[in-house]
Ligand binder design. Structure first.
Ligand SMILES: Cc1cc2nc3c(=O)[nH]c(=O)nc-3n(C[C@H](O)[C@H](O)[C@H](O)COP(=O)(O)OP(=O)(O)OC[C@H]3O[C@@H](n4cnc5c(N)ncnc54)[C@H](O)[C@@H]3O)c2cc1C
Length: 355
């Protein structure tokens, strides 16, 4: 029997694998994708994510991440600019996830790529994982790190109504800046990619007019975001979609915070889904992965791990939710207030950071 199986090789699962591997626990890490690929994500990381990555032996500038130091906010004809209150970077998810999986293997984790777990079942002593090819494995402890995807037998059961869209674009992004662009049904983030081009990522209400069309084709997605503000129109003029259609993920359960005490250890999006606006998801994934590993090494329980995160995330989740609501329902006012009170906006952004 394997001592620890980790299900999912995104930032949360890989961080847990590196921490356990470094403590000579040789976890089994099961990832369904044969090679890391792009995921729906704004690709924005701040100092908290960078600090955990450093502890895991990775260095964002060394991986080629683009530094960011300001945020542009826009809705309609209104626009504001604030200095980011922390260092931040932009790095494509395929690059980040590949580097983390490589570090996990180097730390001693056994990595099974291209294998999907179809079901996880509790046993009297541990877990039985069934792979989609009919094979499987038994493990004493399970770390659930499947991100936005549910594992049969362990689903969170909280469908949301937001959809996430992402597209890599050719063209010039504003240097050193993330642009937060209000549009119908939500908002989008636009930022530079290493080596040129931009990443456009949006969290939208699927029921809002135009959103279903935006999900179907690159040009429609760009047009949807460009219609939301003069700044978006200017930044996206001449931008070229690099994929035929955006990557999409539906039913995002924003505001979800896992409250049950029972096993398995949940990490990353399986533990909490903070509104994407503040870009803390990767930091929470990395840190929760490391902390689940610490609990496992010390003989701690999933209950203690989940309870610690409930305490830590209660306030940042509320604040990030309120900021997301303001940008969704009164975007013009939110942008004007951000422009009038940049220090308050920066402080609010800092206070959402829980990773
Ligand atoms: C629109 C949007 C924008 C975002 N922007 C940002 C941002 O700018 N900055 C930020 O920090 N966060 C952002 N986030 C959040 C961030 O993407 C997530 O919080 C983060 O990816 C969570 O990491 P994870 O490891 O939990 O999950 P994931 O990164 O989703 O990894 C889960 C892994 O599990 C694997 N898997 C799933 N099911 C199985 C299975 N059955 N068997 C085997 N493997 C499986 C998947 O292939 C995947 O590799 C955004 C999210 C959305 C939706």
């Amino acid at each position: 029997m394997t001592e620890v199986a980790i299900l999912g090789g995104g930032p949360a699962g890989a961080a847990a694998a590196i921490a356990l591997g470094s403590a000579r626990r040789r976890p089994l890490l099961v990832e369904r994708e044969p090679v890391p690929r792009e995921k729906v994500c704004g690709e924005f990381m701040a100092a908290d994510a960078a600090a955990v990555l450093t502890r895991l032996g990775l260095d964002l500038p060394g991986l080629g991440a683009v530094p960011l130091d300001r945020a542009l906010l826009a809705s309609g004809r209104r626009q504001a600019e604030i200095q980011l209150p922390f260092p931040a970077w932009s790095l494509p998810r395929a690059s980040l996830d590949a580097a983390l999986l490589e570090a996990a293997e180097a730390a001693g984790a056994i990595l099974l790529r291209g294998v999907a777990v179809a079901r996880a079942e509790p046993r009297s002593e541990g877990w039985r994982l069934r792979y989609s090819d009919g094979q499987g494995v038994e493990a004493r402890h399970l770390v659930l790190a499947t991100g936005k995807h549910e594992c049969r037998g362990l689903a969170r059961g909280v469908p949301g109504r937001a959809i996430g869209l992402k597209m890599h674009l050719g063209g010039m992004a504003p240097e050193g800046a993330i642009a937060l662009l209000a549009c119908r049904g939500g908002y989008a983030g636009l930022q530079p990619r290493p080596g040129g081009g931009m990443n456009l990522c949006a969290a939208l209400d699927l029921a809002a007019p135009g959103v279903a069309d935006a999900a179907r084709a690159g040009p429609a997605f760009l047009a949807h975001v460009a219609a939301g503000s003069a700044l978006a129109e200017r930044l996206l003029a001449g931008a070229e979609p690099l994929w035929a259609r955006p990557l999409a993920v539906a039913n995002l359960p924003y505001g979800y915070l896992h409250r049950r005490a029972t096993a398995p250890f949940r990490v990353g999006d399986q533990l909490a889904v903070i509104p994407s606006l503040c870009g803390d998801g990767i930091a929470i994934a990395l840190r929760s992965g490391v902390e689940a590993a610490k609990h496992l090494i010390a003989g701690g329980t999933p209950a203690a791990h989940h309870a610690a995160w409930q305490r830590r995330l209660a306030w940042p989740m509320r604040l990030a939710g309120a900021m997301g609501l303001a940008l969704n329902h009164a975007p013009g006012l939110a942008v004007s207030l951000a422009g009038m009170m940049p220090a308050v906006t920066a402080a609010a952004a800092r206070m959402t950071r829980a990773g």
